[in-house]
Design a protein around this ligand. Structure first.
Ligand code: 5GP
Ligand code: MN
Length: 339
C-alpha cells in the first residue's frame, strides 16, 4: 500500500485550482462513481473541477448525479484537451498506468499538471506526485471515501457524493459478496446510507435495466457457454454478429462473465467478445480463490487487473484467440485444480 502525504497535498492543493479527473477507458460503475464523487467533493472545496472519460460510458450509469460535469474525450476532444492542458492537478482514478486510458494516453503523458493517483489495481506506475494505491481495497470508491476522511472532509459527503460512492462499491464487490468486501467496507456503506444514499433505488437503477434485446443477448451467452471440467474452467464467446443481431449497446454484456463462475465447482471463467470496429477480441477473466487472473492476463493477453478480476485483449480472430487460450490452459492445470 502507498499512502498520500495529506498535509503536503492539502497545502499544495490550496483552493481555486483547475482540476481534471480521469477514469480508465470503458469506465465501469467504480470508475464513474469514484470520479464523480471526487469531482463534487473538490468543487465543494472551491476548486474548478471536471471529469473527463476517455470514451463513451454505459447508459446504465448516466443517471449518476454529476453527469453534467462529465466530458467524453472521444466526442468532445477540443474542450477536453483544453481542460487537460490548463489543469493544475490531474486526478487519475481506478487505473494506474496511462496505457489504460485509450486515446487520452498521449494528452496525459504530455500534461504539466501535478498528478494524484487513487487506485486499487496491481503494479502501479510512478507518474503521480501523490499516490494512494491499495490492492486490498474492494473499490476505488471506498478509497475515495477514505481520501475524503483523510482530507478532513467527511462533513461534505452529501446524498449525491454518497450515491456515487455507494454505486461503485456495490458494482466492484458484486453487491458486497467478493472477498475484497470487508467489515470496513460495510461500515463505509452504512455511513453512506446515513448520508443519503438510497440503497434500494441505486440497486434498481443499476441492475433492473434490462431490455428485451439485452435479455435475448444473455440467452445467447448462456447458449454459448462451454465447460472444461478438467480445468474447472468455463468460457463464453460473443461474436460481433450476435451482438449486432441484438441491438448491442455498451454495457449490455456487463456481468455475463459471471455466468461461468456461478457453475458449481468452477473457479475460472472467461468471456471473449469480438469488437470488429477496434479489430480486437476483448476478454474478461474472473476467478475464485488463489488463481490469479491478473497474472494470467498479463502473461498472455496484454492485460491485467486484480487477482480475481482482470481484462485483456487479442488482435487475432475470435476462433484463433480461443485456440490460443485452449493451448495455454494445460500449463495452468495444476494451479487451477489446486485452487
Ligand atoms: P473487466 O473484465 O470488467 O473489463 O475488467 C476487470 C478488471 O480488470 C477491472 O478492474 C479493470 O480495470 C481491469 N482491466 C480490464 N482490462 C484491462 C487491461 O487491458 N489491462 C489492465 N491492466 N487491466 C484491465
Ligand atoms: Mn475498480
Amino acid at each position: 500500500m502507498i499512502e498520500i502525504d495529506y498535509a503536503q497535498l492539502k497545502s499544495d492543493l490550496g483552493s481555486g485550482k483547475k482540476i481534471a479527473i480521469i477514469p480508465h477507458k470503458n469506465p465501469d460503475g467504480d470508475a464513474m462513481g469514484s470520479t464523480q464523487a471526487l469531482n463534487r467533493f473538490l468543487k465543494k472545496l472551491g476548486h474548478d473541477s471536471i471529469v473527463i472519460t476517455p470514451n463513451e460510458y454505459p447508459e446504465f450509469l448516466k443517471w449518476l448525479p454529476e453527469a453534467e460535469d462529465v466530458l467524453v474525450y472521444d466526442s468532445q476532444k477540443e474542450e477536453a484537451k483544453t481542460r487537460i492542458n490548463e489543469a493544475d492537478f490531474i486526478f487519475t482514478l481506478d487505473f494506474n498506468h496511462f496505457s489504460r486510458c485509450g486515446s487520452l494516453e498521449a494528452p496525459l503523458s504530455k500534461a504539466n499538471a501535478t498528478f494524484v493517483m487513487i487506485d486499487h489495481h496491481q503494479q502501479p506506475d510512478t507518474y503521480a506526485k501523490y499516490t494512494y494505491s491499495d490492492v486490498e481495497m474492494c473499490s476505488t470508491c471506498e478509497m475515495v471515501y477514505h481520501f475524503i476522511e483523510n482530507m478532513e472532509g467527511k462533513d461534505l459527503i452529501d446524498a449525491e457524493i454518497a450515491t456515487c460512492l455507494y454505486t461503485g462499491i456495490m458494482t466492484d464487490t458484486g453487491s458486497f459478496r467478493y472477498r475484497s468486501t470487508t467489515s470496513t467496507t460495510h461500515r463505509v456503506i452504512a455511513s453512506l446510507i446515513d448520508a443519503g444514499a438510497d440503497n434500494t433505488n441505486i440497486h434498481e437503477s443499476i441492475y433492473d435495466t434490462n431490455t428485451y434485446s439485452k435479455l435475448q443477448l444473455k440467452g445467447v451467452a448462456l447458449n454459448n457457454l462451454k465447460l472444461l471440467p478438467e480445468y474447472k474452467t468455463a468460457y463464453i464467446t460473443m461474436s460481433q454478429k450476435e451482438l449486432d443481431d441484438h441491438n448491442f449497446k455498451k454495457g449490455d454484456t456487463e456481468g455475463f462473465v459471471n455466468i461461468g463462475l456461478s457453475m458449481q465447482g468452477y473457479i475460472f471463467a472467461i468471456i471473449f467478445i469480438e469488437n470488429k470496429q477496434e479489430g480486437i477480441i476483448k476478454m474478461s477473466f474472473r476467478s475464485k480463490g488463489d488463481f490469479s487472473v491478473n497474472e494470467f492476463a498479463r502473461a498472455h493477453f496484454n492485460g491485467g487487473g486484480h487477482n480475481n478480476a482482470a481484462g485483456g485483449r487479442s488482435e487475432t480472430s475470435l476462433d484463433a484467440t480461443i485456440e490460443e487460450f485452449l493451448s495455454i490452459l494445460p500449463q495452468y492445470k495444476e494451479a487451477l485444480l489446486n485452487s
